[in-house]
Design a binder for this molecule. Structure first.
Ligand code: HEM
Length: 479
């Protein structure tokens, strides 16, 4: 009820409404000010996300992406689950499909290994490979920039789930695609002048052309794999998410959304979103985690001690170790909070007029949720700029304080909240514990490191080639 259903074409034709004063002001303010800027709330109260704690989410729900920035329609040919203005039944049916496909190929049991589920199998394999790769690069170059290796390893996990495929770390095609993810985030995260000034859409525009190119290349990469899947498809042997979506197309829809008519393109394109959203986010989280352990050796020591005490050296970490490593889990929460590397959610729009904290937000207003600000709000956190995992532990320091953990905003809010949250959290836990069980991370002494986040859909620190890695237990274990 009350869900905005105007199509993108219609909304362009009523541009005077679309570019109503509040939207333009809101977006400009967001472009001009850094996330968390204290002036934000004074200048434009609708963005005052300090009040948008998870417990107030209800006020903005249900929300859609009906008023998304205009340049989003270049993403996935306008068929993206995450960025298109689809709402109502079509969006719901696609989201259910995405969630069920993710479940079937990640948390379902592995038929061929002793791992608890397919995700554990993929991550353990990639993390183990990463350990060897890091040590090999260290041996050759004496220092390392971690990010490309993290990206490829994490991309391999989502490739296994979506496409049943693994790439070598030197594979140029995959390297180009993971690079595209970075370029994509720079435009998608920052907004584009054509979103606010429609006549600019008809003038030559280099950034927009580059953005179209990025999307074309990304789609071509996925479409090639999809075509291969069509030509080898066997309905008796569903290999991965792409196969399961093809099967759904061939069965002409089934289950509780059978009455919703989805084109094959809308079904198959779900894999673009899952693949696209599934690697840069998790790789960025790991990249920040390893930067924090290198910057705070005492914290790294505590994680090492906890891993040694609880898991030891005789076996590798498993997903079932979650819940037994409170300090490590507190560290991951603090990494999410302190870095807030996804400073804003994807823009939402209000589907009905809403009153929030005494402010009136009209229907069809584009709303940006400032996660960074919530995670650094002095009313919610003591000394928010300090990196202190202990803030998520009980007074005795032996248990995770789950209520505090729930205050951290990283996966968005409301019904557009990230559907990959469980997978993302599990991946980060398993990659990190596997790496830290075996490796020690530091930075080349005396070399200044700039961790100022670079603005984008996901914020990263500046390229850092000063990482040093050593094996914790040099005698090669037989695991
Ligand atoms: C650390 C890991 C991750 C973080 C921090 C993260 C964060 C987010 C955020 C903030 C949003 C926007 C939510 C909103 O607008 O309120 C989002 C949306 C989304 N994420 Fe994630 N994500 C992560 C991992 C993943 C993974 C692994 C997948 C898939 C395999 C995924 C798939 C998606 C999709 C499809 C959407 C769009 C949902 C919709 O519009 O209905 N994400 N994510």
């Amino acid at each position: 009820a009350g869900i905005g259903t105007r199509s993108r074409g219609e909304s362009s034709s009523v541009s005077s409404t679309f570019f109503s004063c509040h939207l333009v002001l809101l977006c400009l303010v967001l472009l001009l000010l850094p996330p968390g800027s204290p002036q934000l709330s004074n200048l434009y109260p609708h963005c005052t996300t300090g009040y948008l704690s998870p417990c107030t989410t209800g006020y903005l729900s249900p929300s859609s992406r009906d008023k998304s920035p205009w340049h989003f329609h270049y993403i996935s040919n306008g068929q993206s689950l995450a960025f298109s203005p689809d709402s109502g039944e079509v969006w719901r049916a696609r989201r259910r499909l995405a969630q069920s496909a993710l479940k079937s190929f990640s948390i379902a049991p592995s038929p061929t290994s002793s791992c608890s589920c397919l995700l554990e199998e993929h991550v353990s394999k990639e993390a183990e490979y990463l350990v060897t790769k890091f040590l090999q690069v260290m041996e050759e170059h004496k220092s390392i920039d971690l990010n490309q290796y993290l990206l490829v390893s994490v991309a391999n996990v989502i490739c296994a789930i979506c496409f049943g495929k693994r790439y070598e770390h030197e594979d140029q095609e995959l390297l180009r695609v993971v690079d595209l993810g970075k370029e994509f985030g720079e435009v998608a995260g920052g907004g584009h002048p054509t979103d606010f000034i429609p006549p600019l859409r008809y003038l030559p525009n280099r950034t927009l052309e580059a953005f179209k190119d990025i999307n074309r290349c990304f789609n071509a990469f996925v479409q090639k794999i999809v075509q291969d899947h069509y030509s080898t498809f066997d309905k008796g042997h569903i290999r991965d998410i792409t196969d399961s979506l093809i099967q759904h197309c061939q069965e002409n829809g089934a289950g509780e959304d059978a009455h919703v008519k989805l084109s094959d393109e809308k079904i198959i394109n779900i894999v673009n979103d899952l693949f696209g959203a599934g690697f840069d986010t998790v790789a960025t989280a790991l990249s920040w985690s390893l930067m924090y352990v290198a910057l705070y050796p005492d914290i790294q020591k505590k994680i090492h001690e906890e891993l040694d005490r609880t898991i030891g050296r005789e076996r590798r970490p498993r997903l079932s170790d979650r819940g037994t490593l409170p300090y490590t889990e507190a560290f991951i929460l603090e990494m999410f909070r302190h870095s807030s590397f996804l400073p804003f959610t994807i823009p939402h729009s209000t589907t009905k007029a809403t009153a929030l904290n005494g402010y009136y937000i009209p229907k069809d207003t584009c709303v940006f949720i400032n996660q960074w600000q919530v995670n650094h709000d002095e009313a919610l956190w003591k000394e928010p700029s300090a990196f202190r995992p202990e803030r998520f532990l009980s007074a005795s320091g032996t248990e995770l304080n789950r209520a505090e953990g729930e205050k951290v905003l990283a996966f968005g809010l409301g019904r557009r909240r990230c559907p990959g949250e469980t997978i993302g959290r599990w991946e980060i836990f398993l990659f990190l514990t596997t790496l830290l069980q075996q490796l020690h991370f530091s930075l080349r002494p005396g070399e200044p490191v700039d961790i100022t986040p670079q603005y984008g859909l996901t914020m990263k620190y500046k390229k850092c080639e000063a990482f040093q890695i050593r094996q914790r237990f040099p005698e090669k274990s037989s695991l």
